[in-house]
Design a protein around this ligand. Structure first.
Ligand code: NAI
Ligand code: MG
Length: 372
């Protein structure tokens, strides 16, 4: 079987970090005989420059055909004043929407060599490896009714206005993201913790019941627990290693995943994935991308840390291509390089030292792959 991949480097440091991912892909093709069918196209400002819009229709069509999309980053000062309809991030949003990527995966993984970068004590984060699965296409960010209205008939309301958003989840929306979480847990430590506020929210009660239903009927072999999201936030900071996979809604997931990100340190280290429904070949629709943006402040200087994008590719190996052993190997190579003290500028501690360039970091990771 071949593994098709559409690479969309995008803007700013996107193309710089993607060059390093290419080295890794080449290494797997050459040394492990894995056939990747890689194509590359434009997104964001780069696509706007060529097509007058941030994602061409042909690119969108291609994204719907491939096993996985790997995106660098979009945006930058040159595009800040564009009309809203053609802004670079609209390209990203179109991909997410048309691929219907409802499960956003944000791993928080602590490499031992970087444990001192964490906001928490080393002993709390050492060995940490959790995965937050956030529902991405529904919930309070999308629910109707919404809006800001006048509240003139209410004399008690100083200011006279009311702002409304609606948390709305269907059972189907909850079941599909729960399934995604259970499937992921099976490839990890086989444990899912579902977080909501069933004590005070109707949608939270439904969330808990539907996750439990999917568990009982389809994944009884996976360990399931439930936790109120506020307690979850506390536990995440107190003892994060108690978790394996966390599944939660759009709003709680937004907050919890940002908190979890800071357990591990630099933005240049954080990968992500967004998954949709299974395609005809059984693989989920998937887009992988580093959490960071296009970093215009360091673009073109060889300072970008390519690890977030390389780890995003590791997620593609694991979740799109079913190459778990290869994903482990790539993560071990990153770990080894960090343990050897190789650091891009963003990973330099107060003790200082000489940082390596984007390209040198990529080379070191490939060397480590060969050495392992
Ligand atoms: P950013 O993530 O691009 O940069 C924030 C800070 O982190 C900067 O100081 C940057 O130099 C540093 N940084 C980011 N990635 C790094 C890496 N791999 N290695 C070393 N340092 C790194 O966020 P910012 O500055 O708010 O946004 C810049 C542009 O990126 C804007 O146009 C924004 O709209 C866009 N953006 C795009 C995203 C995407 O494509 N998914 C996500 C976030 C922002
Ligand atoms: Mg956020």
């Amino acid at each position: 079987t071949t593994h098709s991949l559409l690479i969309l480097p995008g803007d700013g440091i996107g193309p710089e970090v993607m060059t390093e991912v290419r080295k890794v892909i080449d290494w797997f093709q050459t040394n492990k005989g894995i056939a990747f069918d890689v194509s590359e196209d434009l997104v964001g400002g780069a696509a706007y420059d060529k097509h007058g819009k941030p994602l061409a229709d042909e690119t969108m069509a291609k994204a719907l055909e491939v096993d996985a999309v790997l995106l660098g980053a979009v945006g930058g000062p040159a595009y800040d004043n564009l009309d809203f309809s053609v802004k670079p991030e609209r390209g990203l949003l179109r991909l997410r929407k048309e691929m219907d990527l409802f499960a956003n995966l944000r791993p928080a993984q602590c490499f031992d060599a970087l444990a001192d970068f964490s906001s928490l004590k080393r002993e709390v984060v050492a060995g940490l490896d959790i995965l937050i699965v956030r529902e991405l296409t529904s919930g309070v960010y999308f629910g109707e009714p919404r809006g800001i209205h006048s509240d003139d008939n209410n004399p008690q309301n100083e200011g006279g206005r009311v702002g409304i958003n609606t948390q709305r989840y269907t059972s189907g929306e909850i079941r599909r993201v729960a399934r995604a979480a259970f499937e992921l847990a099976k490839k990890r430590d086989n444990r899912v913790c579902s977080m909501e506020k069933a004590n005070v929210m109707e949608s939270g009660i439904l969330w808990r019941e539907e996750v439990q239903w999917v568990h009982d009927n389809e994944y009884p072999e996976v360990e399931l627990s439930h936790m109120y999201a506020d307690n979850g936030a506390m536990q995440l900071v107190r003892r994060p290693s108690q978790f394996d996979v966390i599944v939660t809604d759009n709003l709680f997931g937004d907050i919890l995943s940002d908190a979890a990100a800071m357990l591990t340190g630099s933005l240049g280290m954080l990968p992500s994935a967004s998954l949709g429904a299974p395609m005809a070949n059984g693989r989920p629709r998937a887009m992988y991308e580093p959490v960071h943006g296009s970093a215009p402040d360091i673009t073109g200087q060889g300072k970008a840390n390519p690890i977030a994008c390389i780890l995003s590719f590791a997620m593609a190996l694991r979740y799109s291509y079913d190459l778990g052993a290869e994903a482990d190997l790539l993560e071990k190579a990153v770990e080894k390089v960090l343990a050897d003290g190789v650091r891009t500028a963003d990973l330099m501690g107060p003790e200082g030292g000489t940082p390596v360039s984007t390209s040198q970091m990529g080379d070191k990771i490939v060397e480590a792959l060969s050495a392992l």
